[in-house]
Design a protein. Structure first.
Length: 148
């Protein structure tokens, strides 16, 4: 039996509560990775276009990940958590609320960015007028055709 198997055995063959706690921790780690990694990739893209210092565009030669951005994001997240822990007694609830606020802010900025990027094309396309023909058939407009 290998060392990894010996370490995993209590978690795998433990009580149902231990298995549930293990699954909760694995889920938390996966959730952390899916929220943390896009942030560093966003910083990489912003640095590539000059919105952040070029140092954020550096890629680790072996792992091909944004190494500097990952370290900076980790330090910022750790500092945020440490300050929040000292300031608030309800740190978990406050962290959940701040995470929700961050997601809303991120989606709002994305929506504003999309509108700004496509601002010149926003009102250029118009609905099909009654005199034009249907693009799917030759029956004219309003034919209701759904065939392709």
């Amino acid at each position: 039996m290998t060392g990894a198997q010996k370490l995993a055995e209590p978690a795998i063959q433990g009580t149902p509560l231990n298995n549930l706690l293990f699954l909760a921790l694995a889920s938390s780690a996966a959730s952390l990775m899916t929220t943390f990694l896009p942030t560093t990739r966003t910083m990489l893209g912003m640095a590539s276009y000059g919105a952040l210092p070029k140092r954020f565009a550096s890629i680790h030669p072996k792992y091909l990940t944004p190494a500097y951005g990952t370290v900076v994001a980790g330090i910022v997240a750790g500092t945020f958590y440490a300050v929040l822990t000292f300031v608030s007694e309800a740190v978990l609830f406050d962290t959940i609320l701040s995470l929700g606020l961050m997601i809303c802010f991120y989606f709002g900025l994305t929506a504003i960015g999309c509108v700004w990027y496509f601002r010149k094309e926003l009102f250029t396309s118009s609905p099909t007028s009654s005199s034009s023909s249907c693009s799917r058939c030759s029956a004219g407009s309003g034919c209701g055709s759904s065939s392709s």
